[in-house]
Design a protein around this ligand. Sequence first.
Ligand SMILES: [Zn+2]
Length: 880
Amino acid sequence: MRTETGQVYKLTDYKPTDFVVERIDLTFELDPKETTVVSRVILHRREGVAADAPLVFDGDELTLDSLQIDGNDIDASLYEATPDSLTIRGLPESGPFEVTVNTTISPDTNTKLMGLYRTNGVYCTQCEAEGFRRITYFYDRPDVLAVYTVTIIAGKDDAKYLLSNGNFLGGGNYDEGRHFSAWFDPHPKPSYLFALVGGDLGLIEDSFTTMSGREVALKIYVEHGKEGRAGYAMDALKRSMKWDEEVFGREYDLDIFQIVAVSDFNMGAMENKGLNVFNDKYVLADPETATDADYANIEAIIAHEYFHNWTGNRITCRDWFQLCLKEGLTVYRDHAFSADQRSAAVKRIAEIRLLKAHQFPEDAGPLAHPVRPETYKEINNFYTATVYEKGSEVVRMIRTILGADDFRKGMDLYFERHDGDAATIEDFLACFAEASGRDLKQFALWYSQAGTPSVSVSTAWNEAAKTFKVTLEQSLAPTPGQSRKALMHIPLAYGLILPDGSEFDGQPDTDDAENGVFHLTKRKQTFTFANVPGRPVLSINRSFSAPVNIAMEQSAADLAHIARHDSDGVSRWQALNEQAMRHLVAVSKLARDGRNLPSAKELADILVATASDESLEPAFRAQALMLPAESDIAREIGSNIDPEAIHTAREAVLSEVAGSGIEVFTRLADSAPEGPYSPDAADAGMRALAGVALAYASIAEAHPARAKAAYDKSDNMTVMSQALQVLAHQFPGSDEAADALAGFKSRFAGDPLVLDKWYSIQAMTPGAQTCARVEELLNSDDFDRTNPNRMRSLIGSFSAGNPTGFNAADGAGYRLLAREVVDIDKRNPQLAARLLTAMRSWRSLEAGRQELARLALVSIREAGELSPDVGDIVDRMLAN
Ligand SMILES: [Zn+2]
């Protein structure tokens, strides 16, 4: 195993390579245990580089078979090969030369799932971030762009399809029982976008005609027998291609676009040029096996990887510090796509929930880092919610500040100016500054300062003068490595809602506000509105225009006014959510102190009224009825967290809401659409509302019969899994729950993706007893420890999605995770490190749990040889 070197990489150390790669030809002879790789690289010495500077290629666990320069064996004294690098001296001072590197690798024993590996008999690669160096010695860094030609040779029985990036050059029989295929990718690309797939797979095909009339062949490869579940992914791909032409003017640039779904994959999917490799979870769907959420995820991830063709592939990153340049921007693009395909408000609400659930805790804990980090020890640990989700929010803010037209102009300029480049955040921002004539220097701090800014808001109404003042004040707490922070440019969308529910359209007395947006750039700013006809209610940070925490004293009546009248649907939800959160935080603190819990009648009345308001779309009502999760409440409380008390408090509120709306909920529980299943947004919204209502109705009735009946008659996975979750979480140990769980398992025994849901639902059953159940499942004979989806479904769901189970007061949950992380680390460090981040908020726990969590982290640190991935996470979590 590659072990920790302690090396720290710094953004400020960036330096181009000494040699320039012109092209690379790769030949693979595939074999499960001994795949030979011949890499011919044409290079020349960069101008100005010393004549004696050696060529240093990256490697990772490699052994060199042989090495030639311009076809001749090279004297052993002129090179040195270690598992991590290949250094060659005595190379020509000028002019191109060819280096031929021969290596042999073993796909079968590559359990890290980085580089070339096998999954269910299929050869596949994952090279981002640094997997290519596990295939051959090369400049494995994103600023080295080259044109690739790839030849793959394999037994016909071993691999029927042989695929790589770019366009198909040709293929045929090689020698007895073997065949080959050759691929050429005319677009220069970095090595992390290289891909190879070889295997016997099922195939579905279609085609797309681009806006300039070119025909592109579309192919999706899946396991045999699963072709019928790839239709939705194909449909989503065609819609993505069309959307990118219409909204961003981006056309696809090869003759073929291929997607391969594999079952063992560390990430969601990978945007390799022309040959995307996907976790099959994000390709396969049919009504019987996939939920509405699965369909939405497939649509979003197919789009995301496709959109990378321009934001990531045609324009890539200069170095890994710029990861957000491709990820934040592409997440922004896939969000915009999904918003156009579905209800924009409901989509935005889901984004806000996700950001607050995953990114805000990261920003508030020991793993906080800027959207563009300035140092790293292990780049694999920076595929984070901050880089992706907050990175997307930053792009969204650029659009808010510039407006739609100038934003598009800036994007056009970026595509035009940097096509074929390995670019930086500075390059990106310069395009928007130039296109709009705005100064974005202060705004650029969003890329370099970690932490979630806070904005305190106060208002003053002068009845006699008819003036309304809004005062905003910003602050940003220290984060690891950043004790002092500069003032940020925070764009806060707002509205003033008058007593009659209409919106005041006057402007404040300052230039720092335009088009309904306050530009907070100083520590404190006041905005005064004159001639306001009556006391308005301020709706601030509409649609979550800036990823900040707002501190504002706003009465329940004012929140209710926003919830009723705001013209922005997201803001109406924000007001409802704020009201629910306030109550839940107050009640949780009382529960922690062992006090009596007050009534939630006011909140219950509002939620029940919302549930039955037919003028609101069902998906919105479902979102409004979903109380903040226990982890959200914990984040809001911030310190001295007692997960048990939060659970008790939230259950009490749920129960009161359920009781007061029992008639509405029992009616809505039966409101799922009839007839054939459609994954469209309208039907999915109705199912979401029916699902939330089923949970409330079951709580009110304190009996599992309704959920069991829903389970038994369900004809699609959305309704089935909703009902199973109600049974397992609300009525654990009941005969109905046991019966449904057993039935589900036997029905889907042959379908790992569906079985993952079965593991996940059980792992998230609230209560300390779940830890023992997780142990039992982990140790059962049919549990596949090598499959990342399976590990995430059990260990990930338990540690990140079960606050009372994972944080059991005796520390058993922490010990389980620590033990598993150390074990997984030996095979798959990336997965181990990712699972471990579930403990990132350990310091906000109450003292007893905090100490047990610390001991578990120390036990990992002391477990012996750790990978750089896990070593880095555990050190940052334990640092003071
Ligand atoms: Zn991406």
